[in-house]
Design a protein around this ligand. Structure first.
Ligand code: UDH
Length: 288
């Protein structure tokens, strides 16, 4: 039996009723393992028939509470992408989301810019559909419990609270990296991420500071539900820790109004719609 199969149940008027606050098909604790090789074809076989071109889904028997764009920053992590798609699609379907998966691929081998890719993903996803919630996710984080809903709430939400790599504890209280969810309004209010954090580190803390500066606080699922398994990997090429980012974190308040969604410049090289995801290759215009 396929756990996320649904049957259409239109109301008498022909319109669908809203999906419930607590999706009925959730399984709770999940088994996750990465020692199996998974190809895109395997994953397509597993979930492809539930999806529409571009990695899109919406429940057929109720109206989803939110329209969610999942944004994944990417370069050269195809094996991780296969695992992510294999595990996440069934979870997101069971969560009854109206969602799309956007993989934002940084072209070339300049320094990686995770935050700018997130901003680009937000902008490009909105060109495709009227999303009201954005879940920004690293590609190597797989939830271990499907009650951790990939939705937005009244506060910006940090979802990856208990990662195996950090012994299922928050490494520090204000951490906001990994997987986080902001509504369209919340993301606009903070002017998105900074575009100027090149290389590894700091951009997630900068976003946390933007949230605080705009008078918001964050929410989290409890650590029993917010558990994640990280796909182990070595540091990527061209994503070295950037020591300048430490100083930049002291300047969030100076940059928030001028560095972000309102200063975003990039070039789209290609938009490819696979059944499992939309793959957008971009030139992030690294400083020369
Ligand atoms: N990412 C890529 N390609 C890259 C770099 C980053 O796709 O070349 C994306 C990917 O979605 C990844 C995210 O950006 O999940 C965050 O980057 P990261 O995985 O490098 O960050 P993390 O903090 O790891 O997870 C830091 C280096 C770990 C070294 C561990 C050595 N034991």
């Amino acid at each position: 039996a396929v756990p996320f199969k649904t049957t259409a149940m239109p109301t008498t008027s022909g319109t669908l009723t809203p999906c419930p606050d607590f999706p009925p098909y959730l399984q709770g604790v999940l088994q996750v393992q990465f020692n199996t090789k998974r190809t895109l074809e395997d994953v397509q076989h597993h979930v492809g028939s539930f999806l529409k071109q571009g990695g899109r889904y919406k429940p057929s028997n109720c109206t989803a509470q939110q329209k969610v764009a999942i944004i994944i920053p990417f370069r050269n992590r195809h094996e991780h992408l296969n695992h992510w798609l294999y595990y996440l699609h069934p979870i997101l379907i069971r969560q009854q989301l109206d969602y799309g998966v956007y993989v934002i691929n940084q072209e070339g081998d300049d320094a990686f810019n995770r935050a700018k890719l997130m901003n680009i993903g937000h902008t490009e996803a909105l060109k495709q559909y009227d999303y009201d919630c954005f879940v920004f996710s690293d590609i190597d984080l797989i939830p271990l419990d499907d009650r951790n809903l990939y939705r937005c709430s009244d506060k910006p939400r940090h979802l990856s609270v208990a990662v195996d790599k950090f012994n299922f504890k928050l490494p520090y209280a204000t951490i906001f990296g990994g997987v986080s969810a902001l509504s369209k309004e919340q993301f606009l209010k903070v002017n998105g991420f900074s575009n100027t954090f090149w290389g590894w580190g700091g951009e997630d803390d900068d976003l946390y500071q933007r949230i605080s500066l705009r008078g918001m606080s964050i929410s989290r699922p409890n650590s029993a539900i917010g558990r994640y398994k990280m796909i182990r990997h070595n540091r990527d090429a061209h994503n070295e820790r950037n020591p300048n980012n430490v100083q930049k974190l002291r300047e969030t308040h100076l940059n928030i109004d001028t560095d972000g969604l309102n200063s975003l410049r990039y070039t789209v090289r290609e938009i490819r719609k696979d059944i499992l995801f939309t793959f957008i290759t971009v030139d992030v215009q690294a400083p020369t």
